[in-house]
Design a protein around this ligand. Structure first.
Ligand code: ZN
Length: 150
């Protein structure tokens, strides 16, 4: 596996999130729940989101799989806390373009997200890093459909 070839700093950040995942507990109440699966690696992610006034106030994630998939989901939960749907959509697009090598992270303060940019060197692991974010994207779609008629 390519993980050992990651830069030390990136590896440290990823391992920290993998060993101490943030927001890693089911919520007692949530507005939307979505599961994602990456068959290439066997990674599973479940996200629960609670909204208030159009912003994410609580997020819970559960899952199992490789360190990159779980660390990425943990970082995600910190990134979207308190954000609106359109802000989160921007964040998802940024993350996708970063993983596709289109967005430059070197000049920006993107926090722990930068650690995941190291995964770009290993195309087979990109799907692991993206899993949480594509699951989040689906969750937002369902939430918007659900609330449209309300
Ligand atoms: Zn994986």
């Amino acid at each position: 596996m390519a993980f050992e070839a990651l830069d030390d700093l990136y590896r440290e950040v990823i391992l920290d999130h993998f060993k101490n995942p943030r927001n890693h507990a089911p919520l007692s109440a949530f507005d939307v729940e979505q599961e994602g699966y990456n068959p290439l690696c066997g990674d599973q992610i479940k996200l629960q989101l609670q909204f208030e006034n159009g912003r994410v106030v609580k997020i819970g994630f559960m899952g199992k799989g490789c360190s990159i998939s779980q660390a990425s989901a943990s970082i995600l939960t910190e990134e979207i806390q308190g954000k609106s749907i359109s802000e989160i959509e921007e964040e998802i697009q940024f993350f996708k373009s970063m993983m596709q090598g289109e967005a430059n992270v070197e000049d920006q303060d993107v926090g722990d997200l930068e650690a995941l940019s190291g995964v770009r060197k290993f195309p087979v692991r990109i799907k692991c890093a993206l899993l949480g974010w594509t699951t989040l994207e689906e969750a937002l779609t369902f939430y918007q459909e659900k609330t449209k008629g309300a």
